[in-house]
Design a binder for this molecule. Structure first.
Ligand code: CA
Length: 238
């Protein structure tokens, strides 16, 4: 029975050369039900990432043989696996580089394991929700009647007229429209768009939906593309 459960578990790869951090990291992530594979240098980490196809990678920056930045850059060129970078205090430059290299998030040491697990879960949920190329998209463009969302260029137009959306409004519309008919809870949306930050109120989602509706001319009883699901959240209807 254990082997069955094992197959369903998601794998998290942890690349960290400090034993006194690797051990508690491994313990904390395993305790959440994930399968953990570990590497203590960059080259080994990259190899394991290719062999194990993990669902998420936790990647330290300062590593022997190949640093985390390099590993991140190579990994990102090969897959969309979510990457959480670990940085030491004062590595501001490295932080920026890490994100430019395609890391999805970073944490500065020392951090709490609880916060790390929250980030890991949010990243995994975000990865599951992010639009896949087959979801009503063509070359990074989502269309629904006269609405056109160019995800790559971050442009929205309605009947040929360009609509100006703020970044979060755009992200929210692209998320919903990228999964037409799928019901999202407010928590799903918060995790996906606001990165699971605990201090953001669920009503933020409602406010952004209201703004999007106004900009799409769907205020005041006009037919809506974003449908409110009472007691649940929202869904997009094409
Ligand atoms: Ca290190």
């Amino acid at each position: 029975m254990i082997s069955d459960a094992k197959q369903e578990r998601k794998t998290v790869l942890i690349v960290e050369d400090e034993d006194n951090l690797l051990a508690p990291l491994t313990y904390s992530v395993e305790r959440e039900g994930f399968r953990v594979v570990t590497a203590t240098d960059g080259g080994e980490g990259l190899e394991l990432a290719r062999e194990e196809s993990p669902s998420l990678v936790i990647l330290d920056i300062m590593l022997p043989t190949m640093d985390g930045i390099q590993v991140c850059r190579i990994l990102r060129s090969e897959s969309d696996v979510p990457i959480l970078m670990l940085t030491a205090k004062g590595e501001e430059l490295d932080k920026v580089l890490g994100l430019e290299m395609g890391a999805d998030d970073y944490m500065t040491k020392p951090f709490s394991m609880r916060e790390l697990i929250a980030r890991v879960k949010a990243m995994l949920r975000r990865a599951e929700l992010s639009p896949s190329p087959t979801d009503g998209r063509d070359d990074g463009v989502i269309t629904s009647n006269d609405l056109r969302i160019d995800v790559e260029a971050r442009k929205v137009s309605l009947g040929g007229d360009s609509i100006k959306l703020k970044p979060k409004e755009f992200d929210l519309l692209a998320l919903l429209a990228g999964h037409p008919g799928k019901a999202f809870t407010r928590d799903d949306i918060l995790d996906s768009i606001w990165g699971g930050k605990d201090n953001i109120d669920r009503r933020t989602v409602d406010v952004h939906v209201r703004w999007i509706r106004q900009k799409l001319g769907e205020a005041d009883g006009a037919p809506r593309r974003i449908i409110t699901i009472r007691g649940h959240g929202y869904r997009f209807e094409g």
